[in-house]
Design a protein around this ligand. Structure first.
Ligand code: NAP
Ligand code: ZN
Ligand code: ZN
Length: 366
């Protein structure tokens, strides 16, 4: 810490703010304290981080499973915090506002994706963590006491939502909500399948039920059945390794959101769709999945990918969550537990999202 802090202090430019985070330094993924600095420029909002969720993407990145880690990496892209300061020209937020920051914090604003409200697909999108900022510097995420983000990429967290339970909405929430709306999988009476009951999956169940859909969880963990049905309100629960259960549900679903983080066969899942049904992949296993053409061509089924959601979708999702009282089921932990939390996430031992109490771990009072 001392060495990094010294370097940070010596190069501090105007508007620079000292930041303390936890970073991974190599593919072991082990996280430890890391001092660096952030710069608030015109149009930027400086946010004191209250809570930050732990997404499986953070785990993929810090262990370099996707082969793109730029160490040191401060993970975290499910931030809820309070505005501490604003730069010149900021009109959307003021000190004291409760706000959120998700997977990306800037984009080019000029490309076709940006101009049509799909800035999450901008080729030059700036990710909140392990990304490259406009000035070429590596971005550092929300496992830190403070973040600085352009006002156009900050969202308002409704007062009705508790900040810890709301944090996972900023990635897990919008990543399932956005494709559900885009593909019409938000219509009462339609049948939705959710594959993988983890951070993303349990949010898909909650949004699906709030949309009035019939929701079936397809899981590799028979032990999640009771919670899926009793606590999360799923209508049905299928164990993906049970061919009888899978066969009985064949051809029943309008759409499927596949959130699985590891390699898994797609054929049996595609069988669950009605003709012309829509599968949306949001899980990003490092090993390529196999798409059997016979599972989609004769039935006109469709497979799409989805990457989080645009800022407007994120705000719409938060407003919807506020109206319907939707939050994540969270296990709140202190920062010094994150290495254990990552190990537990890796072995599928979390119901259903870890959230780091950042202010309670790194804040002045902690
Ligand atoms: P998570 O909490 O670990 O949930 C993943 C779930 O997948 C697990 O709970 C488990 O559910 C299932 N699963 C895990 N290993 C499996 C295996 N070998 N075979 C079958 N099922 C398995 O992770 P998450 O945070 O929800 O993220 C899920 C994936 O989405 C990750 O790959 C992440 O990088 C990606 N992601 C993508 C986006 C996007 O924009 N596209 C955004 C966020 C995250 P069951 O126990 O029910 O089987
Ligand atoms: Zn994420
Ligand atoms: Zn762009």
């Amino acid at each position: 810490v001392g060495e990094a802090a010294g370097q940070g202090a010596s190069v501090m430019e105007q508007g620079s703010k000292a930041a303390l985070g936890w970073a991974a330094r190599d593919a072991s993924g082990h996280l430890s304290p890391y001092s660096f600095s952030r710069v608030q420029r015109d149009g930027d909002v400086t946010i004191k981080v209250l809570f930050c969720g732990i997404c499986h993407t953070d785990l993929h990145i810090i262990k370099n499973e996707w082969g793109n880690a730029m160490y040191p990496v401060v993970p975290g892209h499910e931030v809820v915090g309070v505005v501490a300061d604003v730069g010149a020209g900021v009109t959307k937020f003021k000190a004291g506002d409760t706000v959120g920051v998700g997977y990306f914090i800037d984009s080019c604003r000029a490309c076709e994706s940006c101009r049509t409200g799909h800035e999450n697909y901008c080729p030059d999108v700036v990710l909140a963590s392990n990304g490259v900022a406009r000035d070429g510097a590596a971005t550092q995420g929300g496992f830190s006491d403070v973040v600085v983000v352009d006002q156009d990429y900050v969202v308002t967290v409704p007062a009705a939502l508790p900040p810890d339970g709301a944090a996972p909405l900023l990635c897990a929430g919008v990543t399932v909500y956005s494709p559900m709306v885009q593909y019409g999988l938000n219509a009462p009476g339609k049948r939705l399948g959710v594959v993988g009951l983890g951070g993303l999956g349990h949010m898909a169940v909650k949004f699906g039920k709030a949309f009035g859909m019939t929701v079936t969880v397809i899981s590799s963990s028979p032990g999640k059945r009771d919670e899926a049905v009793r606590r999360l309100g799923a209508d049905e629960f299928l164990v993906s390794s049970d061919p009888e259960q899978m066969k009985a549900a064949a051809g029943t679903m309008d759409g499927i959101i596949d959130t699985v983080s590891a390699w898994h066969p797609l054929g049996a899942l595609l069988e669950l769709l009605k003709p012309m049904g829509q599968m949306v992949l949001v899980g990003v296993p490092s090993k390529p999945l196999e798409l059997p053409a016979f599972a989609i061509c004769p039935s006109g089924k469709r497979v799409a990918g989805n990457g989080v959601g645009c800022v407007a979708d994120c705000q719409a999702m938060l407003d919807f969550a506020g109206e319907h009282g939707i939050t994540a089921d969270v296990e709140v932990v202190k920062m010094d537990y994150v290495n254990t939390a990552m190990e537990r996430l890796e072995r599928n031992d979390v119901r259903y999202r870890f959230v780091v109490d950042v202010a309670g771990s790194l804040g002045a009072a902690a």
